[in-house]
Design a protein around this ligand. Structure first.
Ligand code: ADE
Ligand code: ZN
Length: 323
């Protein structure tokens, strides 16, 4: 049986982690007070954890935390704190997603500038490397998504490696975002999207066929469609799965069963914390729990540590150094 100390020290990488889901309740309360933002009760009175009963309530807290991050300095502080915390659990690489559309008071460049400053300080102090994924929020629709990608291309940063798609899967079909994805692809950005987390597998097929994604975030619904499963086993497109969930209505056992089934089916899957402060703990906790439930050997643990690096959109030289 692998020890918790070994799994914590094991150098790990993750490609699916939302910056605004990395803000601990104490930090959120401090930022909200500073900027006069009202937080939902579940963000104020849960002590060290946020308190919510289902995905929609969790998303409501997430959006309130977003509204509480109003300056480049807020982005810098949140990025630095989250990366240094994760590095204590052995994290060596993270692809940080953030939602510019959820922070209307700031320009794109102010937000990226804050993230890069925090990331630089964390890399110097704790050795953790990071890149940025600009996430489109589904609820704002295709036109706003296209404008966001235009904004990204007008302010190029080598650390911004991809666009993503997240938020409420009920709020918009992938087809709405074809123009935004086409523009990003033409500019050389990589493409990922949340799909098959709560929605059905047809969302995932649309992400592959219409958006041409290079990676799928979550993707559990693939287990319900043999054709999609066979197709993505054959292509070995990476899935960024998330082991722990904190939605009482879904229960963590069901998620463990899904991720175990995806691994058994032969998908190219890595483990990710998603929203470590909101939905689940830091990545080393996922590794410790997965090792027990999947009866990992040392080789399995090393395989999953490398899977996160190989799923990354960083340049080959960076991936080579991390491997
Ligand atoms: N935004 C932050 N976390 C998310 C998740 N797990 N699914 C969809 N959108 C999100
Ligand atoms: Zn996510």
């Amino acid at each position: 049986r692998l020890s918790a100390d070994y799994l914590r020290a094991l150098p790990k990488a993750e490609v699916h982690c939302h910056l605004e889901g990395c803000v601990p309740p104490k930090t959120a309360v401090r930022l909200a007070e500073r900027h006069g933002v009202a937080l939902p009760a579940g963000a104020r009175d849960g002590g060290d954890r946020y308190r919510f009963l289902n995905f929609d309530e969790g998303l409501e807290i997430y959006l309130a935390v977003c509204r509480s991050m109003q300056t480049a300095g807020d982005f810098e502080a949140v990025t630095y704190e989250s990366l240094v915390t994760a590095a204590e659990g052995g994290l060596r690489y993270r692809e940080i997603a953030f939602n510019p559309q959820n922070h209307p008071g700031l320009t794109y460049d102010e937000m990226v500038g804050g993230i890069l400053a925090g990331a630089r300080a964390a890399q110097e102090e704790a050795g953790v490397v990071s890149r940025i994924v600009v996430a489109i929020n589904r609820q704002f629709g295709g036109e706003a998504a296209l404008n966001l990608v235009r904004d990204v291309l007008a302010h190029p940063h080598p650390e911004v490696v991809a666009i993503g798609l997240d938020g409420d899967e009920k709020a918009g079909r992938p087809a709405e975002f074809v123009a935004a994805y086409d523009l990003a692809r033409a500019a050389g950005l990589k493409l990922t999207a949340h799909a098959g987390e709560h929605g059905d597998f047809t969302e995932m097929v649309e992400c592959l066929d219409l958006l041409g994604v290079d990676r799928i975030d979550h993707g559990y619904a693939a287990l319900l469609d043999p054709a999609l499963l066979a197709r993505t086993v054959a292509s070995q497109i990476p899935y960024s799965a998330c082991w722990f969930i904190d939605y009482p209505e879904l229960e963590v056992e069901g998620r463990r069963r899904d991720v175990a089934a995806m691994a058994a089916a032969g998908l190219n899957m890595c483990l990710n914390s998603d929203d470590p402060a909101l939905i689940g703990p830091e990545l080393h906790e996922d590794f410790i729990d997965a090792a027990v439930h999947l009866e990992w050997t040392v080789e399995d643990a090393e395989k999953y540590a490398l899977a996160g690096i190989d799923a990354s959109f960083a340049d080959d030289a960076t991936v080579g150094r991390l491997r």
